[in-house]
Design a protein around this ligand. Structure first.
Ligand code: LUZ
Ligand code: MOS
Length: 756
């Protein structure tokens, strides 16, 4: 069963899987379209819907005045309206909702809305926002020991600046929702969201009704990557509002262009670092100021900023550290969660600092990396003591398995023989903490029904978004009860079956929901054992299990079949349903002192990247990425491997080709797939090898199978430094700019910078 395929694969291939846009529409369904801000910052002087309303088939145009509850959708900080009131803060900010009989009619009406705005200056750059003291919240600082002492102990001190750009989520399914009014003012919202409870709670606040009147149903998402952790909510709330007001079903699926314009992305970061090393290359002190471009409202920015601090030292032990993050408020769409959640932005900077030090000292980067790899019982700057550390193991296994010494020799030879092509190499270690950094979010529930024919239905708070979490849930229940997978059904994610969910995020979905499910399975088993005892001669010390549809006693198959056991239990009026709750034990964090033990465990790994740069054209190919990854004990190799490959390629895209671009007026220029390049089959590494590190696994992970969603994205950072390495081989005068993504244009400029 550990090779069980994603249970959606056949449906996906046949086009039968149901996404929001595929739901059979109820009679009378209306279609909604957002009218949004045409400028990035300004005062709304006048808005005139008269002409738009006169279009035949336009039912209603709603704006903030129609909201019965609060016009407020902010999660962490209440600083974001559903519809703009007097002022707009970013281009694409929703102002009104057009509801019409068809989408085509709504689009026609949208062009006829007249708006009169007084334009105000737009701030788009992080630094400008910083200089104007335009912030989302107060800065956060993590410190470990005294950096001024650390710098005194250092013989080498280097400083530098870095930039990493944003990233478009580009989920295949755009933001989508469909709300059906039920009786007594109740509503059912189908939403493409990672956070069904966020949708429910926010809709309740805006519509001024209790949460129990709102049912949120999620079948599956066509991708999310963080882009639907917070930002699926407004669209769902809008259709709910329209359905409440009109008492009609209302559907809205954003067109790609609207989705790209109106939604936030990965946060761009500017950073400045200072690193100090002693003569043995040990990092004695490391300081960073991180400037996050948060956009026009908080969204998840404060939590993302926090995770940047948690991962600022990546896989290294740093003796003294001081990091500050500023969440800078700009007139861009609020930036949001994206696979890695600020971690990649933090990790890029220390890799840059190490690369800079290596260049200045004229030694290989890996010497500095290797000298500082985290060891057992080292303290992270946030106070957690590193346990079951596997980073050195993955690092050395990469070097041996993929024969780094031989590779480096071949590379030197290649570079000496070729004038117009140069190869570059890098090692990228990753250490990623698993748990929501906000401790109260780390809990989940599962509901299991064993029907009296022996088939099982499982509900959890996990949202299937292509990561195959439902397949993992199915595997847990089927394995536990020794049943064929066809006997277990994973139900939709629905707020009436599972309440108060945390979003499916933080790589923790399978751990949290899977542990709750295991608990529910165990509780049912406890009750079933009583029935077994009446049918078979067992005693209390016997080990009862299930396998191949039969009850096992002490590992031996009995004559008692699963169906017969369930039938007997039902006749004996024993409950065959269970609802269980799991909360991650041991974790805590004290924000007053910025210390604690926030993570259940860490995931480790190392990637070896080899690239070839065409030094005439500035183009490059990724020859190979060779990885040793710490899966713990993978419960499903195929699925986990898919996450490693997908994450890697997404990380490479972020680091090399995906270039978000806004003009100075805050208009998104990279607003379509012709202007925004994502990795395709031609740009992925020619070879990807992934080897699993042999470990005992950790108990905090589900079935000892470690979280795998986000960590592999950060292997992509290695590509940036491998390309730099190749540029330097061609042009020793290259100044090693840390300005991601490393597009071919930048490569070309680097190749010929002060070239002699
Ligand atoms: N979402 C969140 C996340 O709310 N908290 C987190 O710590 C987190 N980490 C990664 C991805 N999403
Ligand atoms: Mo997230 S960045 O939705 O795990």
């Amino acid at each position: 069963m550990s090779s069980m395929k994603n249970k959606d694969s056949i449906g996906h291939v046949r086009g039968e899987s149901i996404f929001v846009d595929d739901i059979n529409l109820r009679e009378g369904t209306l279609h909604a379209l957002v009218f949004d801000a045409p400028i990035a910052h300004g005062i709304i002087k006048k808005i005139d819907y008269t002409e738009a309303k006169s279009v035949k088939g336009v039912i209603k145009i709603l704006d903030y005045k129609d909201i019965p509850g609060k016009n407020q959708i902010g999660g962490i900080i209440p600083d974001e309206t559903l519809f703009a009131e007097n002022e707009v803060h970013f281009m694409g900010q929703p102002i009104a909702l057009i509801i019409a009989e068809t989408l085509a009619i709504a689009k026609k009406a949208r062009q006829l809305i007249k708006i009169d705005l007084e334009e105000m200056p737009a701030v788009t750059s992080t630094k400008e926002a910083f200089e104007k003291a335009s912030f989302i919240n107060a800065p956060r600082t993590f410190t470990l020991n005294d950096t001024s002492k650390g710098f005194e102990e250092s013989v080498y001190i280097f400083t530098g600046e870095t930039f990493t750009n944003g990233q478009e989520h580009l989920y295949l399914e755009t933001q989508a929702s469909y709300t059906i009014p039920l009786e007594n003012g109740n509503l059912k919202i189908f939403s493409s969201t990672q956070g069904p409870t966020s949708v429910q709670a926010t809709a309740a606040r805006v519509l001024n009704i209790p949460m129990h009147k709102i049912e949120v149903e999620v079948n599956r998402l066509g991708g999310a990557f963080g882009g639907k952790e917070d930002q699926a909510t407004p669209w769902a709330v809008m259709t709910a509002l329209a359905a409440q007001i009109l008492n009609k079903p209302v559907k809205m699926v954003l067109e790609r262009h609207d989705d790209m314009r109106m939604t936030g992305k990965r946060h761009p970061y500017e950073s400045s670092f200072k690193i100090g090393l002693d003569k043995n290359l040990k990092i004695k002190a490391y300081e960073v100021d991180f400037y996050q471009n948060s956009g026009a409202a908080a969204d998840l920015s404060p939590a993302i900023a926090e995770r940047t601090l948690f991962h600022a030292t990546n896989s290294y032990y740093v003796k003294s550290a001081k990091f500050t993050v500023y969440s800078c408020k700009t007139n861009l769409p609020p930036n949001t969660a994206f696979r890695g959640f600020g971690g990649p932005q933090g990790m890029f900077v220390i890799e840059a600092a190490i690369a800079k030090a290596a260049k200045e000292l004229n030694i290989p980067v890996r010497k500095i990396q290797e000298a500082n790899l985290l060891q057992e019982n080292d303290e992270f700057p946030y106070g957690q003591i590193a346990k079951q550390v596997e980073i050195s193991n993955t690092w050395h296994q990469v070097k041996e398995t993929y024969d780094l010494a031989k590779k480096e020799k071949e590379l030197t030879l290649f570079n000496s023989k070729n004038q117009n092509y140069k190869k570059g190499i890098s090692l990228m270690p990753i250490t990623f903490g698993i748990s929501f950094t906000n401790t109260p979010m780390n809990h989940a529930r599962a509901l299991i029904h064993v029907y009296h024919d022996g088939s099982i239905g499982v509900s959890t708070g996990a949202v299937e978004m292509g990561q195959s979490v439902n397949t993992k849930m199915l595997q847990i229940a089927a394995q536990f009860f020794g049943l064929n997978e066809s006997k277990v059904k994973i139900e939709t994610t629905n707020t009436t079956r599972i309440a108060n969910m945390s979003p499916s995020a933080a790589s923790a979905t399978a751990d949290l929901n899977g542990k709750a499910l295991l608990k529910a399975c165990n509780q049912i088993k406890e009750r079933l054992i009583k029935v077994v005892a009446e049918k078979l001669p067992i005693n209390g010390s016997d080990d009862i299990n299930f396998q191949n549809n039969f009850v096992l006693v002490n590992g031996k198959r009995t004559s008692l079949a699963w169906e017969d056991l369930i039938k007997s239990a039902f006749i004996k009026r024993i409950s065959l349903s269970e609802h269980a709750h799991y909360a991650t034990p041991k974790i805590h964090f004290d924000k007053a002192i910025e210390k604690g033990h926030p993570f259940a465990y860490h995931v480790y790994g190392t990637a070896l990247t080899t690239v070839t740069v065409d030094c005439i054209r500035g183009t490059y190919e990724i020859d190979s990425v060779e990885i040793v990854h710490d899966f713990g004990k993978s419960m499903n190799k195929g699925i986990d491997m898919g996450q490693v490959e997908g994450g890697l390629v997404q990380g490479i895209g972020w680091m090399t080709m995906e270039e978000i671009s806004y003009d100075e007026q805050g208009r998104l220029l990279s607003n379509s797939l012709s202007g925004y390049k994502v990795p395709d089959i031609f740009s992925v590494p020619k070879e990807i090898k992934v080897e699993a590190l042999e470990t005992k696994g950790v108990d905090m992970a589900i079935l000892k199978s470690k979280a795998v969603g986000e960590p592999p994205l950060m292997y992509g950072i290695g590509t940036y430094f491998a390309i730099q390495n190749a540029i330097t081989a061609f042009n020793p005068n290259y100044s090693l700019a840390f300005d991601a993504p490393m597009t071919p244009e930048k490569v070309l400029m680097g190749l010929y910078e002060n070239y002699s």
